[in-house]
Design a protein around this ligand. Structure first.
Ligand SMILES: NC(=[NH2+])NCCC[C@H](N)C(=O)O
Length: 612
């Protein structure tokens, strides 16, 4: 299996898709982009009819009232939201009276306060499939772009996530930050933003004094080279024990860290190696998760100057209270308590580093937005730190955003509590491998069972993590997340593999003719129409995710698409269809569905499998 990064979609400068010029012309509604989301055109067609019948309503106003319909309805307009004079029934009647079906809209039905519109099936299928195809296979960049948009063009975002602490445990909180953060970064990229993936390591603090002392006693250069993360943690655990029994160890550690804070090169030399080797190891593990950082920074990298400057400014502004030698910002009036920004002994602290760090990042990157993907356990910390920056009148303080998430209970391997990221990855692979072995017949046909199990295992972990709203807590469950049944990661991979097999299984239909030569009017089954409408909605799914910062909407979309494909599979057949033209049209539709399912999976940082 290749280790090459699966490219995540990003919008190119111009779209290779244009709406057929033979269709009735439509006005251009600002903010819509039919060349990237053809449903925008259908919505405009609906809005135009509603506006034309109900002056002074404008097409633009009407457009905001066009929503997806429920249960078998394409789009619905709720009339009361326009606040027009007159009774709803009369308004509806006006729209109905003027209604003429055309190649955009087939029909309208009036139901209480609602108008339900049905799109013209022929146009829908033709335009959506053409668009998916062009934006997947014919982009100037050569990268798939379907679902992307250009709303973030020219803007830069920093997404800070994962951020584990060196020499300490990599816990589920860090895993969630990694999974959700990678999604958020992909999402912004797909919306045209320039994205900087940033990892803010916990690489500073008194624990490094302890490790320095511990390393002399328990450390091994060899073990460090082999697995720095693991070895440093082992050293840390041992010396911590010693320190509990022997205050001398503690004071040695404190003295050493003091030297580090003072910039003593000798003291820093070892620390630098530990950090470097840990980062290298982390990079390997992130790569297996399809996660990549442009910037590894950390608490150690925040300059003393920016922290001092921040304190000074707070002081000048009269925002600092002193209490027993410590300095704090009183945030009581915002119900954010009192935030300590300088300890009695003058050493820097987490909060102050975050404040100084943000100032430095703004200087360096001039970001339009900066997102911190951090557990909801740190809600107060982030709220305090954002508030302090606002009080300091930094205009960019408004650009900071905290994307939080709930707790995870019960993550452990069969050997016990998880401490390291590579244990999670390995366990996911081995549990999945056992699962796959249960089906001997299938197992025999898998080319690279271990690599495949690994990828599906990771998919299971990620999907379990992103399936519900971020803020929800959940219980880690290997059994459930790695099952092929129900809405799980393995099920999604399986759906992608099955649909990818269609070319392999029907070589006689290949190569498919150019899209224009494929007769999509042969796609007459409701199940096919349902798939196509879902495909058309994908660009909206991406936009909604950007607004909510929720991966769950994308996961739900992927399931819905997988289910729709699976219900069509037995009836809208390719193999065994005697009409070759029809078989080809169906195959093309399935391949477009595969492209969109793959795009959604990649957005979720997954690597869609072609075979298993
Ligand atoms: N800018 C930040 N405070 N980011 C979050 C850092 C998370 C911290 N290293 C922890 O493990 O708790």
């Amino acid at each position: 299996m290749s280790t090459i990064r699966t490219p995540t979609p990003t919008a190119g400068p111009s779209s290779p898709f244009v709406i057929s010029p033979n269709l009735p012309p439509l006005p251009q509604v600002p903010g819509t982009d039919p060349e990237r989301c053809v449903l925008d055109a259908f919505r405009t067609a609906i809005a135009k009819r509603v506006a034309d019948a109900l002056p002074p309503l404008t097409v633009e106003q009407a457009y905001t009232g066009v929503d997806y319909g429920k249960k078998g309805v394409d789009f619905t307009v709720a009339l009361p939201r326009f606040r027009l004079p007159g009774k709803v029934d009369e308004l509806a009647k006006k729209v109905l009276n003027q209604f003429q079906p055309d190649e955009w809209i087939e029909s309208v039905v009036h139901d209480k306060a609602f108008l339900h519109f049905t799109l013209n099936t022929t146009t829908l299928i033709r335009q959506v499939l053409d668009q998916v195809h062009a934006l997947t296979h014919a982009t100037p960049s050569g990268q798939p772009e379907y679902g992307t948009n250009t709303s973030g063009e020219g803007k830069r975002v920093i997404v800070e996530y994962s951020s584990p602490n060196i020499a300490k445990q990599f816990h589920v909180g860090h895993l969630r930050s990694t999974i959700i953060g990678a999604f958020i970064a992909n999402l912004y990229k797909a919306c045209g933003w320039e994205v900087i993936n940033m990892n803010y390591l916990g690489d500073w603090g008194t624990q490094f004094g302890l490790i320095a002392v511990g390393f002399n006693k328990y450390g091994s250069r060899e073990a460090l080279e082999k697995n720095a993360i693991k070895h440093l943690f082992e050293v840390y655990v041992k010396i911590n024990k010693d320190a509990e029994a022997d205050p001398e160890v503690k004071s040695q550690a404190a003295a050493f860290f003091k030297r580090m804070e003072e910039g003593d090169e000798e003291a820093l030399a070892d620390w630098r190696v530990w950090r470097e080797l840990s980062v290298r190891k982390y990079e390997e593990e992130y790569a297996r998760l399809n996660v990549h950082f442009e910037v590894y920074t950390g608490e150690s990298q925040v300059g003393k100057e920016s922290q001092d400057m921040a304190l000074k400014r707070l002081e000048e502004m009269g925002l600092i209270d002193e209490s027993q030698g410590a300095k704090l910002v009183n945030l009581e009036q915002w119900k954010l308590g009192k935030a300590v920004v300088r300890k009695k002994d003058g050493t820097s602290i987490y909060l102050t580093r975050d404040i100084g760090g943000a100032i430095e990042r703004y200087e360096k990157y001039k970001f339009d937005k900066m997102i911190y993907v951090v557990s909801s356990q740190q809600d107060l910390h982030l709220a305090q730190f954002f508030k302090v920056l606002k009080l300091m009148d930094f205009p960019w303080a408004e650009r900071l955003e905290h994307v939080n998430y709930g707790l995870v209970q019960g993550m452990s391997t069969r050997k016990g509590t998880v401490v390291f990221l590579d244990e999670i990855i390995r366990e996911a692979g081995s549990v999945m491998h056992e699962q796959m072995r249960k089906n001997e017949e299938k197992y025999k046909n898998i080319e690279e069972p271990e690599a495949t199990a690994q990828e599906i295992g990771i998919t299971g972990v990620k999907i379990q993590d992103m399936a519900a709203k971020r803020i929800n807590n959940y219980t880690f469950n290997w059994e459930r997340m790695l099952s092929f049944e129900g809405d799980t990661g393995p099920y999604l991979q399986y759906a992608h593999v099955r649909i990818s097999s269609i070319s392999r299984k029907n070589p006689e239909l290949l190569p498919l003719p150019a899209p224009a030569k494929i007769d999509t009017t042969l796609l007459t089954e409701p199940a096919a129409r349902e798939i196509v409408l879902l495909l058309g909605s994908y660009p909206d799914v991406v936009k909604t995710a950007l607004r909510t910062h929720e991966p769950s909407g994308v996961v739900t979309f992927a399931y819905r698409l997988a289910h729709a494909i699976s219900s069509a599979w037995e009836t809208v057949i390719v193999k065994g269809e005697s009409d070759v033209e029809k078989a080809r049209a169906r195959m093309w539709m399935y391949l477009c569905a595969r492209d969109v399912l793959g795009a959604a999976m990649r957005l979720l940082s997954l690597k869609p499998l072609e075979r298993m």
